[in-house]
Design a protein around this ligand. Sequence first.
Ligand SMILES: [Zn+2]
Length: 187
Amino acid sequence: MNNLSLPFVCGDIVAKTTGDYTFEGVVVAAFNKKSGAVRYVVEDGRGLLFIFNPTSLVLKQIIGENMSKVTCPYCNEPAKLITGDKLYPHRRDLYHKFFYQCAPCKAYVGCHPDSTKPLGRLATAELRKAKQEAHVAFDSIWRHGDLPRWEAYKWLAKELNIPADTCHIGQFDTSQCRRVIEICNRR
Ligand SMILES: [Zn+2]
């Protein structure tokens, strides 16, 4: 990519604007056809490569820039959009997935498949561990069969004194996770 007049560069996140399906991916290369027309090679969240005409693409985000509306709940600064290779150098399968990260707080969150839409809020290692432990404690209640899952959630919401529709362990902070563990172990 040496032609500076190109609308996109490697690392840009682009979305498709035409057609009857949605597509989001990272520009990984550009090339000229014999006619001189430019085509972009764009990689999606699964690592598949697609070739697009620039007129059917729009720039969504520049990877690594603080352009996101996702903020870090610990310091309130905007989070950076990054790819999985930065967080998990040993997990090739995660290289193409998107994450939002706040490096100073060591907090991050993954995205929904093939998109830059975050799965929840950014979490530190401490919160990720607390959520895992809360899930282990809570899942044992409905997995061992004395309550169906939806009823177990209803019970948990009542115990936590929160509305059932906001009762998602994924959205809890560390102290809420600790309460879940306590309540579930007491049951
Ligand atoms: Zn932060």
